[in-house]
Design a protein around this ligand. Structure first.
Ligand code: URA
Length: 241
């Protein structure tokens, strides 16, 4: 059960104060009756709430798979830049956030939700959730790099070492520009780019393909998104149990 004003505010129809005004003005109906008391308790599963005749369904948690395009930032709000949340035009909840961050120029899989518990567990360094990236790298990626990545790399500075955990590097094509898949279990700042820098190479294109059980849907073009399927949600929740 949840207060009527909170129900409407949670669904992004206005601030708590604005919503109280709508209710007092008689714009809100619960089932068949106009209700003027913001504190009325609503059963999210059974009651039907209408604002100016339009049904406002309650979603306690939302889960979207976004193929993040380059040029948008992995934040919830930004004064100047487009954020990944701005791209989720069908969102009902106003408290959505991205699970982890991709750099502004990185594309690919990003889970957008308001399920804080799930996000916390997916991002917990203790859980070692696999993340797979596809990259184009300038320079020839070699068998030696594969071995170096498998040992873990120092991606720190001259003053301070910073070792990564082992990463699984698969070479798809090597040449003056190479294509690779890299699976890592951490999310250090610019980690993939810094791992290649550590072996004297530069990432020129980066896309996340997988995060734990969640695989980027090939049908989604950069900038497109869709709700997670039941099965995907089940898998993500189970792996993290
Ligand atoms: N590693 C990076 O360098 N950038 C990302 O966006 C993600 C992983």
């Amino acid at each position: 059960m949840i207060r009527l004003d909170k129900y409407l505010a949670d669904m992004g129809t206005g601030t708590r104060q604005e919503v109280k005004k709508y209710i007092r003005k008689g714009l809100v109906r619960v089932n068949q009756e106009t209700v003027r008391t913001p504190e009325m308790k609503i059963c999210e599963e059974k009651d039907e709430v209408f604002l100016e005749g339009q049904r406002i369904a309650y979603a306690s948690c939302e889960y979207y798979m976004l193929n993040k395009p380059a040029g948008v930032v992995s934040a919830t709000e930004d004064k100047r830049e487009t954020t990944v949340i701005d791209l989720i035009r069908d969102r009902k909840r106003k408290d959505l956030f991205p699970v982890g961050r991709l750099d502004k120029d990185t594309e690919g899989l990003l889970l957008i939700t308001n399920d804080g518990q799930l996000a916390h567990r997916l991002l917990s360094p203790k859980r070692h959730v696999d993340k797979t990236y596809y990259a184009k790298v300038s320079g020839c990626v070699t068998r030696e790099d594969v071995l170096l990545f498998a040992r873990g790399l120092d991606i720190g500075t001259d003053e301070r070492e910073e070792w990564t955990m082992p990463g699984e590097l698969e070479i798809l094509r090597s040449g003056s520009e190479s294509e690779i898949l890299l699976t890592i279990q951490e999310g250090k700042y610019h980690q993939v780019k810094r791992m290649f820098q550590a072996v004297g190479k530069e990432v020129v294109y980066l896309r996340r393909e997988r995060m734990g059980a969640l695989v980027l849907d090939k049908e989604l073009k950069p900038g497109e998104y869709r709700p997670l399927t039941k099965k995907e949600l089940e898998n993500v929740k189970n792996e993290d149990a």
